[in-house]
Design a protein around this ligand. Structure first.
Ligand code: GAL
Length: 441
């Protein structure tokens, strides 16, 4: 049997990623809370409810789990609606609670990475039109200033926006997220405003904290034509990639917002990524479609790949390598800010984890500047419009009883974090089915 260990560079960040709305519970002042109450919005009529009860204090036990499992970093987000429940009211207790969590991370020897906007905003912001209206920019900048001033003693690694591309696509094209619209023109306006919001946040943070490292987390999807010989499929795939994958990082690199039929200069956005956050889950095949409500593209998971429990994610590890190669063009350090799979029985996750990390290791071996990996996620949480039907946690959660149970992948990931590498021996124990592929004799 071949024996080897794929080592990662010293100081590599190993963590998990979470988001406030998905783990805290009772985020009653956020746009998603009202959205959840309307029938048809969330699968099964699920509710976020207590979520993982982090606001009730269970962040302590979960961060203990993460620290004991060798994780040296954690990515989480702060909830705008909690911090500013009304336009003229700041909740200092909420900020204090976030300071406690940050102290908790530091005490556990973990580097915090804080996201300022992860899909949600206060209801009062949503009622004023959210990111559709450029008036949000001033509100967002004020909020960012307030948070950074309050938390900057503990954190210097910031994510301004999580997946602004998914936010715009789901809220304004597919309609799966609030406000549930199907309107490409509005989606494009929202994207431009999000880009401007990112730029404003970038400069605001640097003004308060010169040594901050600021970026955004963009979801990368590998899009390839369903029929490679059919020009319209190729066109649909490349257009989608240009708008969905490229829009935000290119804007942050050179200050140009490129949309299908227009482009616009946003000079203050130029050079606003100190590192690049990549969220990678899966790849898709794209066929041209006449349906404008789906941006002229019909998307399917590759038929030959292994699929996750809810057929949501296809296991395409090479897509991780492609994502990193794509990210490289922006010439800043790269952090994998999310990667994971919905898998309640932990049937696919050990393999998914090992194979994706193998691809990350390949990238690192080309000396590509990949600085860390955050697995999505620590404990099962509220998965947006999919409610509780998807289980991404290294730990299983029963949201009713709040009981946690470790999945085997948690042990595999712990061994990887402790070793700062992944060995043939680990793969033989946790994912023997891929041993030959990963360690050919
Ligand atoms: C990402 C999102 C996370 C999480 C994950 C798994 O798009 O940033 O909040 O929900 O997908 O569904």
């Amino acid at each position: 049997m071949a024996q080897a260990t794929f080592h990662f560079p010293r100081g590599f960040l190993w963590g998990t990623a979470t988001a406030a709305y998905q783990v805290e519970g009772n985020n009653i002042h956020s746009s998603w809370w009202a959205w959840e109450q309307k029938p048809g919005h969330i699968l099964n009529g699920d509710k976020s409810g207590l979520a993982c009860d982090w606001w009730g204090g269970r962040w302590r036990e979960d961060l203990d789990r993460a620290a004991e499992a060798g994780q040296n970093a954690h990515r989480f987000s702060v909830e705008w609606g909690r911090i500013q429940p009304e336009p003229d009211r700041w909740d200092e207790d909420a900020l204090d609670r976030y300071r406690q969590i940050l102290r908790g991370l530091v005490e556990r020897g973990m580097t915090p990475m804080v996201t300022l906007h992860h899909f949600t905003e206060p209801s009062w912001v949503a009622e004023k039109g959210g990111w559709e209206d450029e008036a949000i920019l001033a509100h967002f900048e004020k909020y960012v200033n307030k948070v950074v001033e309050a938390l900057k003693d503990y954190v210097s690694l910031w994510v301004t926006l999580n997946e602004p591309n998914v936010y715009a696509a789901n809220g304004y094209v597919t309609g799966d997220f609030p406000p549930g619209k199907h309107d490409l023109g509005t989606a494009f306006r929202v994207m431009v405003n999000l880009g401007r919001g990112h730029a404003a946040a970038y400069h605001a943070i640097h003004k308060l904290q010169a040594h901050a490292r600021v970026g955004m987390a963009v979801m990368y999807r590998g899009f390839s034509p369903a029929k490679p010989w059919f020009p319209l499929d190729s066109l649909a795939a490349s257009q989608l990639s240009r708008v969905f994958n490229d829009f935000f990082p290119r804007l942050a690199a050179d200050g140009v917002a490129r949309l299908p039929f227009s482009s616009q200069r946003i000079p203050e956005a130029k050079g606003t990524q100190d590192y690049f956050g990549v969220n990678y889950y899966t790849c898709e095949r794209v066929a041209f479609s006449l349906d404008s409500s789906q941006a002229f593209a019909r998307r399917n998971l590759p038929a030959d790949a292994q699929l996750s429990h809810t057929n949501w994610i296809a296991n395409v590890p090479e897509g991780m390598f492609a994502a990193l190669k794509w990210a490289l063009q922006f010439k800043v350090p790269i952090i994998i800010t999310e990667n994971g799979v919905d898998d309640p029985d932990d049937r696919l996750r050990p393999r998914y984890l090992a194979e994706h990390l193998h691809q990350v290791w390949r990238a690192v071996n080309f000396n590509w500047p990949v600085k860390g990996y955050f697995h999505w996620t620590l404990v099962d949480n509220f998965e947006w419009e999919r409610g509780w039907t998807q289980r991404f946690g290294l730990w299983e959660l029963d949201p009713e009883t709040q009981v946690r149970r470790k999945r085997p992948s948690a042990d595999l990931y712990a061994e990887i974090c402790h070793e700062n590498g992944i060995s043939s021996e680990m793969v033989a124990r946790y994912a023997p089915e891929i041993f030959e592929k990963m360690f050919p004799n």
